[in-house]
Design a binder for this molecule. Structure first.
Ligand SMILES: Nc1ncnc2c1ncn2[C@@H]1O[C@H](COP(=O)(O)OP(=O)(O)OP(=O)(O)O)[C@@H](O)[C@H]1O
Ligand code: SF4
Ligand SMILES: [Mg+2]
Length: 330
């Protein structure tokens, strides 16, 4: 089966400028620095990493909201960044995004009906005009909101309900892929589970593929078929849910797993405790060789000299010279 999405060596650097009148570029934020992955039809790829590692930048480039510095992404085999005309329009319907903050991502002066129906205004070819109101009511129903509330405003809804409005809007044009950029991070834990369940139901009903971004490995586990772990603009390990959670080989993945809450109190004491020391280095001047080496307890001289490639080491790709399985959570 051909991949729905194939990302090849994607790079996004932001120039850092100094000076008031004559702006000079003095460096670059290497937000996304050579990221490759594939996404199959109906599949979920979890993307996890600490704040600032480039997750949202990756999402923005994939959604064509920021141009890439270099690299390519293919949607059903077609190069996304050079599409024009009807093909570009089609792509903009096929890929949608749900953002983290349901408070700021919805226009407070628009009714829910206008918010969810706005994609039809932008893409009138997607549905005949007379059908829009009916479609919006259907969409509200699909995400578990009362279709009678179509004329209410965002402030009249709770955080979880607002995220459902954002999801309804993303669904309006019947996309194939939804990029979810931390869609539940701003919600209470109990509400998080409800929204995650909704996303899982919608996925099986509509055959959606998700790129699901989160800070924390625990959030993406149940939804993800595969998981990519990012550190300072790069994927350091990628594999199936089982490979990443039960057979992690990269020290960074192992450290993230060690911080995941364990529900069963009997197992809690048996978890490996790995404490990461130090902060994430600046993406303007990342460490030579392995970017994780300044925080890695296994670092050797070769780690500073040679960048470890993301290649199959012990069953799945891991970017560590000393990749070695360590089961962190029993
Ligand atoms: N428009 C921009 N101009 C300059 N630098 C940027 C821009 N957008 C992001 N960055 C920088 O790129 C790096 C990656 O940011 P990004 O928002 O992609 O990280 P993230 O993984 O989504 O973090 P978080 O978990 O906090 O959302 C950061 O150092 C950030 O400051
Ligand atoms: S390559 Fe070296 S520094 Fe990087 S994760 Fe592996 S052991 Fe640690
Ligand atoms: Mg982000």
């Amino acid at each position: 089966m051909a991949d729905l999405l194939e990302v090849r060596d994607l790079v996004k650097h932001f120039p850092v400028k100094r000076g008031v009148l004559f702006k000079q570029t003095i460096g670059h934020v290497r937000a996304v620095d050579g990221v490759s992955f594939t996404l199959g039809e109906g599949e979920t790829l979890g993307v996890v990493g600490e704040s600032g590692c480039g997750k949202s930048t990756l999402a923005q480039v994939l959604m064509l909201l920021e141009p890439p510095t270099s690299g390519e992404a293919l949607f059903e085999g077609r190069p996304m960044f050079s599409l024009r005309g009807n093909e570009l329009k089609r792509l903009r319907r096929d890929m949608q995004i749900v953002l983290q903050d349901p408070y700021t991502s919805l226009n407070p002066r628009m009714t829910v009906g206008d918010i969810v129906g706005e994609p039809f205004e932008i893409h009138p070819e997607a549905a005949p005009k007379g059908s829009w109101a009916g479609r919006v009511r259907e969409l509200l129903d699909v995400v578990g909101l009362n279709p009678e509330h179509i004329n209410r405003y965002p402030h009249q809804f709770s955080g979880g309900q607002r995220q459902r409005i954002g999801i309804a809007r993303a669904l309006a044009l019947r996309p194939r892929v939804i990029v979810c950029d931390e869609p539940v991070s701003a919600l209470d834990v109990s509400i998080q589970a409800q929204v995650m369940n909704l996303l899982a139901e919608l996925q099986s009903e509509f055959g959606l593929a998700y790129v699901f971004i989160a800070h924390d490995l625990s959030v993406v586990r149940h939804l993800s078929d595969r998981v990519a772990v990012m550190y300072l603009g790069k994927i350091v390990e990628i594999g199936t849910e089982d490979e990443i959670y039960n057979h992690p080989t990269h020290p960074y993945t192992q450290a993230l797993l060690s911080a995941v809450p364990v529900a069963d109190p009997a197992l809690r004491g048996r978890r490996d405790v790995i404490r990461l020391t130090g902060d994430v280095p600046s993406p303007i001047d990342p460490p030579s060789g392995c970017r994780f080496r300044t925080r890695c307890w296994k670092a050797q001289d070769v780690c500073a000299a040679e960048e470890p490639a993301l290649i199959d080491r012990g069953g799945h790709p891991s970017a560590c010279h000393f990749a070695e399985e360590r089961s962190v959570v029993p």
